[in-house]
Design a binder for this molecule. Sequence first.
Ligand code: G3I
Ligand code: 9MR
Length: 582
Amino acid sequence: MNIRKLSVKRTSVFIATGAVIALAACQSIETTNKNARVHQFSDAIKYNQVGYYPNASKIKIVPSLKKMSVKVIDNKGKTVLESVSSEPEYWPYSGESVVKLDLTAVKSVGTYTIEIDDSAQTITFEVNNNPYTDMHKEGLRAYYINRAGIELLPKHAGDFARPMGHPDTEVFIHESASSEARPTNSVLSSPKGWYDAGDYNKYIVNSGISTYTLLLAYDHFKELYKNKSLNIPESNNNIPDILDEIAWNVEWMSTMQDPNDGGVYHKLTTLNFSPIMMPYEGKEPRYVVQKTTSAALNFSAVMAYASRIYNDVTPDIAKSYLVQAIEAYTWAIENPNIYYQQPDDVKTGEYGDNDVTDEFAWASAELFIATSESQFLDNFDKFSSTPQTPSWAQSSALPYISLLTNAKTMLSESQYSQYKIRLLNLANDIVNQHKSSAYAVAMSSDDFVWGSNGVAMNKALVLWQAYGLDPQNDYKIAAEELVNYVLGANPTGYSYVTGFGKFPPKHPHHRQSEADSIDEPVPGFLIGGPHSGQQDSCDYPSNLPAQSFLDHWCSYSTNEVTINWNAPFVYSLAQMHDLHKK
Ligand code: G3I
Ligand code: 9MR
């Protein structure tokens, strides 16, 4: 462990509603963290700390036992709005009684102060035509910083420049993945790709949904991405930067298929999680582990989608992606229930999933869209189920999204309307959760899991699709309030995105951020978010689901960053840009 670095990093102490809750660091860090700087939240008003589009929903939350009146004052001292809050309501996930201040009517660009009756509380908030431009760029550049197998040069990475980590040109076949053609310890090359998260391993299933979601963002917002420069090494080719960034991962994924049978390895990993260190310090052997049905189907879906998108820019490569997608699908049909089983000597992330019906439906739909062959749509109908909020393990909504938004003309009217009703039903459930929430946020008890902020953003993703299919304001408001939630309108008062907002996390569980010599973490990462599972050894300030969060390296179950949580966040930023552009 890099003690020098830990001792200069800060830990947070959270002061909420008068009660001081000291957050003890986990054992291994306590002794090194002597210079901890106290970080206090004085703002009890919970609001989006990054800013609002003029026409976006702007609900603020104030812990209170009674209704309040509020004044909104512009920077010339003029009162632009006088209003009253909602009645107080109890939010069980944070144990607070709160009122809502709906300031959506404040639509002129500017900086405003809120004054609340008989309370000394004031906050300022921003209304801006482009509140998220930088955050959107950094949200995508975070993928570049998490690239395996490439040196990051100062001209692209600035202070985050670093030597190449994990070339992965010599990767071993783990015993669990052994076959006649590729026996245990034989070697393959599987370079590039994104590190999954705060760790340095690469997992197909999680890579797959991340890649799909970013491809979807490009597909739905091509005009925006056509000229959006990310300042990455490929920025000067004639391909949109977002596609260059995604290609880095798709190219890696393509190496994870065994060409001898079409099966796909579940992950490429060291046997254990590494200590805190920079990527280039990782010298442990890397293995591909077990072929699984979930990896094959996830791979098949994503490669089929990639074959369509990259057909416009690199058609030969795109064709080979489709061949790979079909081979993986064929393997999965022949091996329909090979579930991931972590071998005894492997300790890294599992991403295990014992129900792959949803992945069958997803791959079937993507192959139908890519090939126009009706047998795949028949298979989609056979495997599809009621859509649920997407996650790495749950892809049931993704084929509906793809079919409805990318392939409308390939469907009959009755298919289209039937699929649409199913997806809208999910969105309607989410809207109802939003409406009945004291916090004006569509988060329910099931949502506070490891990666709850990813759940929030995937709910927003579903709502945006519904809004596109049926432009009801309720979908837009519920989605925007989920964005407001992760940017600060939440009980902890953190903006959950590194580098953005007044109180962003400073100590994400991200090895590069922790091991480099830079005080600030890599910006643009959405951290996992609170949940009461507390599946690590840290001391949390609260056991309540929406409060159980710790801005500390120790807390990998609430404060890690991942490629799959960032992707739907990026999607929302693209969607909001599109919606609010002048
Ligand atoms: O499926 C059960 C559900 O039935 C139950 O109601 C619920 C209650 O907690 O738990 C559900 O399982 C959880 C599962 O995620 C699905 O949400 C597990 O408890 C929980 O431990 C599991 O967390 C996963 C975590 O790895 C541990 O395996 C996260 O989803 C996943 O995002 C995270 O991924 C890690 C990688 O392994 C390694 N790289 C970093 C990445 C992010 O932390
Ligand atoms: O650092 C690891 C993180 O990237 C993973 O998401 C997490 C999931 O299991 O595990 C972390 O590693 C921890 C390990 O599981 C247990 N010992 C402490 C490690 C973190 O310091």
